[in-house]
Design a protein around this ligand. Structure first.
Ligand code: ADP
Ligand code: MG
Length: 286
C-alpha cells in the first residue's frame, strides 16, 4: 500500500469580503499518496489554487481537516508551518517567482540557505540541479537574461533542490508555448518519478492533466469526479528535453541542516547519493 501523504476531510473554505461570503471550497475530501502525480483540473475560479494553498499550509480551512502524515496541518502555528514547507514542500509557479536581482544558481540555492545548508554544499546541489534541468550554461544569468522556458527551468530546479517529498505546481505552463509546455511537463514529471516524489499540479488544461496518475476534477468548490488516468503520458526516462546530460542519480538528496523537527516526522536523507566533483571557480553566493 502506498503511503498516504495528505488526507482531506470535509474541507471547506469561505472568504469574507465585507458582507459577502465567498465559498471557495464547499466540501472536499480526498487523499494524496506518496510518489504519485495528481492534477487538480477545473475552470478559473473553481477553487484549485485555494486547495493547493491549503495543502501548502498557506491558508487554513474554515472547516474540516487536512492531515499530513496523519497530523492536522491546521493545528500548526506559523513557525511550524514554515518548517513544514522548508522540510517537505517545493513550489513551481505560473510566473516563476524568481528573485530578479539574483542569478540562476543563486535563486536555486535559496531554499538551501533557509535550511542552513553550508555554502559549498548549497552550490554543489544547485549546480547538480541546474544540470538536471539543462541549464548549466546559464547559471550566472539573471532572470531577465533568460527566456520564459529557461526561467521556469530555474524555478523547477529551485523547487526540487531540497529533494522535497511534495512539489506543488500552480498552472506551471500557463505562460509558455506548446513546445516548451511539453518540455516542462516531461521535466517535472520525470524528476518527480525518479525520486518518488508526489506532484500536485493545478491546471485548467485537459492536455496537462494527461501527465497525472489521477485527475481530480474541481467544479464550484467541489470534487466533481476523480479519474485514474490509465493512459498517462510518460516522460522519457531521461531528463525530459533538457539540453544538458543529466547525471543519473544526480545528488539532490535533502540535507536537513541539523534543524529541530518540531511536531512533524522527518524522513530526510533517503534520496540517492552520488558525489560530484567540486568546481573551485564557482559562483559565490552570500
Ligand atoms: P482557481 O485557482 O480554480 O482559479 P481560486 O482558488 O483562486 O480558483 O478561487 C476560488 C474562488 O475563491 C474564486 O471565486 C475567488 O475569487 C475566491 N478567492 C480566492 N482567493 C480569495 C481571497 N483571498 N479572498 C477572497 N476571495 C478569494
Ligand atoms: Mg488558480
Amino acid at each position: 500500500m502506498p503511503e498516504v501523504l495528505f488526507e482531506l476531510k470535509n474541507v471547506r473554505k469561505i472568504y469574507r469580503m465585507g458582507d459577502e461570503k465567498i465559498v471557495a471550497l464547499e466540501d472536499i475530501s480526498c487523499v494524496f499518496e506518496k510518489g504519485k502525480t495528481y492534477c487538480l483540473l477545473g475552470t478559473s475560479g473553481s477553487g484549485k489554487s485555494t486547495l493547493l494553498n491549503m495543502l501548502a499550509g498557506l491558508e487554513k480551512p474554515s472547516k474540516g481537516s487536512i492531515l499530513f502524515k496523519g497530523k492536522p496541518l491546521e493545528k500548526l502555528n506559523e513557525s511550524q508551518l514554515a518548517l513544514y514547507r522548508q522540510q517537505y514542500i517545493g513550489f513551481v509557479f505560473q510566473s516563476y517567482n524568481l528573485l530578479p536581482t539574483l542569478t540562476a544558481i543563486e535563486n536555486v540555492t535559496l531554499p538551501l540557505i533557509f535550511r542552513k545548508v553550508p555554502k559549498r554544499k548549497r552550490l554543489k546541489k544547485a549546480r547538480a540541479m541546474l544540470k538536471a534541468v539543462g541549464l548549466s550554461n546559464r547559471s550566472r544569468h539573471k532572470p531577465s537574461e533568460l527566456s520564459g522556458g529557461q526561467q521556469q527551468r530555474v524555478s523547477i530546479a529551485r523547487a526540487f533542490v531540497n529533494n522535497p517529498q511534495v512539489v506543488f505546481a500552480d498552472e506551471p505552463t500557463g505562460n509558455l508555448d506548446t513546445k516548451t509546455t511539453i518540455e516542462m511537463m516531461d521535466l517535472i514529471t520525470g524528476i518527480a518519478r525518479e525520486h518518488n516524489q508526489t506532484l500536485i499540479i493545478v491546471t485548467h488544461d485537459m492536455e496537462i492533466s494527461q501527465y497525472a496518475d489521477q485527475i481530480i476534477h474541481i467544479r464550484d468548490g467541489n470534487i466533481e469526479s476523480v479519474t485514474d488516468n490509465a493512459n498517462k503520458l510518460n516522460a522519457a526516462p531521461d531528463n525530459g528535453g533538457a539540453q544538458d546530460e543529466a547525471a543519473p542519480g544526480t545528488e539532490i538528496a535533502p540535507d536537513n541542516g541539523g534543524e529541530p523537527n518540531e511536531n512533524i516526522t522527518a524522513e530526510a536523507g533517503n534520496g540517492p547519493r552520488r558525489e560530484e566533483k567540486e568546481d573551485k571557480n564557482d559562483e559565490q553566493v552570500k
